[in-house]
Design a protein around this ligand. Structure first.
Ligand SMILES: *[C@@H]1O[C@H](CO)[C@@H](O)[C@H](O)[C@H]1NC(C)=O
Ligand SMILES: *[C@@H]1O[C@H](CO)[C@@H](O)[C@H](O)[C@H]1NC(C)=O
Length: 500
């Protein structure tokens, strides 16, 4: 008997030691572990109609996983987009001050100098660059000089190409939905990658479509290959300049004005609510580089013209269709205006102005099924401006365009991109995903910082290392040894009993 106790006691002590050790470790990590320290990054999305600032953050000890970067804060710059300050020196820089001041307060001071700051401009500046290159460079230089005066790590102000804008939007969507394969180790069992979804972006001056496709491209300028987390993604992407919501509306107006003429000083607008009357200045509100093809000869552009709404959905739809060109195509398949596009595949997320238009139409008609978009447009086009502003509590300046934009989106998605009744339900209209605004800016920052590794991230890197892991292994070993010894002793005593 005494002999057996002498054998059991050391094993029990070992067991106790192991248990206490692991318990202490567990306690120490929960008590001592500091709240995670964050790093930050700022992107200014300088769009054609306005600028938005997004601040992102991520725990400083984790960098390369997907879904780790989140949105910390955002700010909408008041007033116009930076391209709207062409010919107004100082205007663009001044407009950004309020939001940058907010960033200074929102990000802990100790992190300021380590925080990368980017400004990316899109189609508004692309247009200005075409019309007046020197002025677009002056505006970019001016905002760059302004951004340098803040305590952040300024990384430059640039104009994104349409392709970049489309691809970064696609990266954002799929990063936020955690669609990229997370770990490339052990047959990628931790997150086998869910398959990607396409991105549909509608801005003020351009619209982008981007999706993964297996189809061999017929037009290299619409093709892009990204290597992310050890996986190759072949993308189709195209940006239609002048098919953003605002520029499209200008094209529509210019087409109506050119066909009807302005001699009477009045133009009927089939997409404006019946009875709605407003006036526009031809030079300031209608004609732009996007309307060149409709520019009427012998018209005084300084003129104001009265627009009178007729709320005629059929005429509105057929005028909207005339803005697109569906007939010429030098490839096996085109979306419109002779641009190559293979058949869309899989799910899509539609964001920015797609989301806002869809939410107005749903609020006005209670119809949210994208397959019923045509019927919804018809109902919206029959409403009066006061019905619309009463239901949505939105100002006339937005509501007067809902009928036109709704028809535009319908034609763009179906006749343009080729969505049909079986693929339309694959589009979800969103403003945010995973707590972050959906747009190109997150994908842009992820790509320019080291957050999107080309190679797969090994699962071994996911295990915390350092002294903590060493101690854990030591105590676990102690525990195991004690257990083995106890089991052996039990067996021995049992077999002795059997003999007796
Ligand atoms: C470009 O814009 C500047 C400032 O508004 C103006 O002075 C200049 O004449 C413009 N140049 C062209 C080619 O339009
Ligand atoms: C993330 O990846 C980059 C390059 O892909 C590498 O330099 C960096 O050390 C990685 N960071 C972590 C925390 O693994």
């Amino acid at each position: 008997m005494t002999l057996r106790y002498a054998q059991v006691v050391p094993a029990l002590v070992l067991l106790l030691l192991g248990l206490i050790g692991i318990l202490l470790l567990a306690l120490s990590t929960s008590v001592i572990e500091k709240p995670p320290e964050y790093e930050y990054g700022i992107v200014l999305d300088a769009g054609s109609s306005h600028t938005s600032m997004y601040i992102y953050k991520w725990p400083s000890n984790k960098q390369n996983g997907t879904g780790i970067v989140t949105q910390h804060d955002e700010c909408n710059v008041k007033g116009k987009g930076i391209s709207g300050y062409a010919g107004v020196p100082g205007g663009a820089a001044k407009s950004l001050e309020e939001c940058l001041q907010k960033a200074v307060q929102s990000i802990p001071k100790a992190r300021h100098h380590k925080t990368p700051l980017y400004l990316g401009a899109t189609a508004g500046m692309r247009l200005l660059e075409i019309v007046n290159t020197s002025e677009s460079h002056r505006v970019l230089k001016e905002v760059g000089a302004k951004l340098k005066t803040y305590p952040f790590n300024f990384k430059g102000s640039t104009i994104l190409s349409g392709q970049e804008e489309g691809a970064y939007g696609w990266v954002t969507v799929n990063y936020l939905l955690e669609n990229f394969a997370k770990y490339g180790f052990v047959g990628r069992w931790l997150n086998p990658g869910k398959g990607t979804i396409g991105a549909l972006d509608l801005g003020g001056a351009s619209t982008q479509i981007t999706f993964q496709t297996e189809v061999q491209t017929e037009s290299p300028d619409t093709s892009m290959t990204l290597k992310l987390y050890g996986e190759n993604y072949q993308l189709y992407t195209h940006s239609f300049l002048c098919y953003g919501q605002d520029q499209f509306l200008r094209k529509l107006l210019a087409l109506l004005i050119t066909t009807q003429g302005v001699s009477s000083g009045k133009v009927l607008h089939p997409c404006y609510p019946n009875g709605y009357v407003t006036s526009v200045n031809l030079e300031a509100d209608v004609f732009s580089p996007c309307t060149e093809q409709y520019k009427p000869k012998n018209i005084d552009l300084k003129k104001d013209v009265t627009l009178q709404g007729t709320g005629n959905n059929q005429q509105c739809l057929s005028t909207v269709q005339k803005v697109f060109s569906f007939d010429k195509c030098n490839f096996s398949k085109c979306s419109f205006d002779g641009v190559y596009q293979p058949a869309t595949s899989g799910k899509f997320m539609a964001f920015s102005a797609f989301y806002f238009s869809k939410s107005y139409v749903s609020a006005l008609t209670n119809i949210s099924d994208p397959r019923l978009m045509k019927m919804a447009s018809q109902r919206v086009c029959n409403m009066s401006i006061s019905q619309m502003t009463t239901i949505t509590k939105q100002p006339e300046k937005y509501m007067k365009n809902v009928c036109a934009v709704s028809n535009f989106i319908h034609v763009l998605l179906t006749q343009g991109y080729g969505f049909n009744n079986s693929t339309l339900p694959m589009i979800s209209f969103e403003k945010k995903a995973g707590g972050a605004s959906v747009g190109w800016s997150l994908g842009y920052m992820l790509s320019l910082t080291s957050h999107l590794p080309q190679e797969s991230v090994s699962v071994l890197k996911a295990i915390p290392s350092g002294p903590w892991t060493g101690l854990l292994i030591l105590f676990s070993a102690l525990l195991l040894m004690a257990l083995v010894q106890l089991v052996l002793l039990c067996r021995k005593s049992k077999s002795k009993m059997d003999v007796i």
